[in-house]
Design a binder for this molecule. Structure first.
Ligand code: IMP
Length: 190
């Protein structure tokens, strides 16, 4: 079975490829010739995931799934949330995003946060969504060089390491994206 995963983020592709069984072959946006930026204009994470999946179905005709993720920080009332990618500006620079967040949490004791991923699946004319949440805290400094995005400053609960210090298999055993993708796989297998 072939299905489009609406991303060109190599890290997301690697994570998700490792979670789906080998009979499900993932096609990336590059694989289907989609090089433009897909609009993400919804005020919610779920809305953006749905928007991306629908865009691919409508413009390229493929069954597909898309994910959208946000980092929600308790003391910032859920920010950066749906604006996580552009938190420090349109350049979507991960280092600048993390610096801004660390600065906004300076001197704050409550550093609780959660990653939330919504996967939207467009298949056989129907739409399904799957949500995964991973609870943790924001560290005071960046640590580790694995992963991507905010991984160097997110420490999942029960761990003493940030996502960027964990091997991919370990991040994939507990992460927000893994929790959503596991539900997707169950659905596809049925
Ligand atoms: P999007 O889902 O690609 O729109 O991601 C929104 C923002 O969250 C971007 O800044 C990503 O780099 C970041 N992000 C998405 N998934 C993860 C993750 O698993 N770990 C750390 N940062 C992530």
């Amino acid at each position: 079975m072939k299905i489009v995963f609406a991303t060109n983020n190599p890290n997301k592709l690697k994570e998700v490829q490792a979670l789906v069984p080998s009979h499900i072959q993932l096609l990336s946006l590059t694989n289907i010739g989609c090089t433009e930026d897909i609009p993400e204009t919804s005020p919610t994470i779920e809305g953006n995931a749905i928007q991306k999946a629908q865009y691919i179905k409508e413009n390229y005709g493929y069954d597909c799934f898309a994910d959208d993720t946000g980092l929600e920080v308790d003391i910032l009332n859920g920010d950066p949330g749906v604006y996580s990618a552009r938190y420090a500006g349109e350049s979507k620079d991960s280092d600048a995003n993390m610096d801004k967040l660390l600065n906004n949490l300076k001197e704050k004791d409550n550093r609780k946060a959660q990653f939330k991923t919504v996967v939207a699946l467009h298949i056989n004319g129907t739409l399904e969504t799957f949500t995964g949440i991973c609870l943790g805290t924001i560290t005071k400094q960046k640590r580790g060089d694995k992963g991507f995005g905010y991984d160097p400053i997110f420490m999942p609960n029960e761990y003493r390491k940030t996502f960027a210090e964990l091997p991919l298999e370990e991040k994939n055993s507990i992460s927000h994206r893994a929790k959503a993708v596991k539900q997707l796989v169950v659905f596809l297998n049925n």
